[in-house]
Design a protein. Sequence first.
Length: 404
Amino acid sequence: MVMRIISTAISVLLLALNLHTAALISVHNITTFYGVYPYNSPECEIRPSGCITDPVLDPARDPESQPETAGLAEEYGTLDNGQEVPFESEDLPETQPEEETTDLRGPIRTSLPEMDALDLSYISFKKEVHAIIDGARKSSGIKTPVGVFVMDLTSNYYTGVNDTRTKVDPDDGAREGYFNSASVIKLFQGYILYDMLRHGELDEDMIYTDRVTGWSFKLVDMIHTMISKSDNNYSNACLRLVGNTKSNEVLARLGITDSVIYGEMSGAIGYSLRNNLENYGTTKRCARITPRDAGLILYNVYINKESDPYMASMNRALLDNIYNTRIPVGVKKVDKGYEIAHKTGTNSSLGVYNDAGIVYGNRPFILVAFTQGTTSEAGHTFIRKLAQDLTRYFDSIAMGGGTA
């Protein structure tokens, strides 16, 4: 009798402890990530501690996993003669699934719209835009290669200079985008994380904790800060969470195959070439990208900002950019009321001065401008002049003075 009472008391104590632990997990909803880990890999039945995975519920403790009729009063139906009879289990009416209120899967485009290269209006547009690019180069005195992508968001015409240019790295033989991303990598990272949220591979309600910085965050808030304030620590935390292999896999399914993400950024907590080599298999920092790939991301932000909550969030983050010394300077010389949703990137030691954005003028357009191996003065002058002249060009079309 005494042993039975003791056994019962122990069972009650264990049950209370389990309920308390479950409550803590439910309330705080915290995941700590310790490094790069494989996704959807059949070889990895056991994942590293703290990695994101779907919870495995104990059927004995999960009431929702019980048979549909468990614990319910017996249900009855009425025959044609008015007699009530109990339903057999297979005769129970099927529960209709709830209708989805929001589709978070797009429509994200994996390529830019097709164009007729022989269309006379397009030929005129291309000629005029290239003349503007050449004029900005001459005005700035820039001598090194530039990458430019321009898209009219009304006609969907687009063109550029070196906008799909790639190269092969002589050290590892990898084909990659020609231009160093610097902080424009954060535009790509936000796009990657939002697509993983859209596909349920990450959880926007989860609180993630980065092991290196010790910072805790929810992804949507973190992406906004990473982009709008160009936070290197958050950029590296993203890479530690997802990894470069998964990042590039997501880019590929989004139609981006020329741009490649490599390693963490310098100027951040815990950065070192050794850590990049150990964690990502490379000493390269950031990414190597093309202007057209950045343009595709911005195109999807523009066309989906009203229908996709993640692209709306991306648009707000780009509008809130606190670094406005390139495209915005040129645009504001034409009209101070125009808004610019953009992301800059700078690595002065490599002569990298980049900007990629959507100009919300009378006729909205995308401008991506990358430089490298140049001076700050030449890089800034080139992008500002380009933005100014393109804004005037698209304004003239909006007023009926152009051909696009």
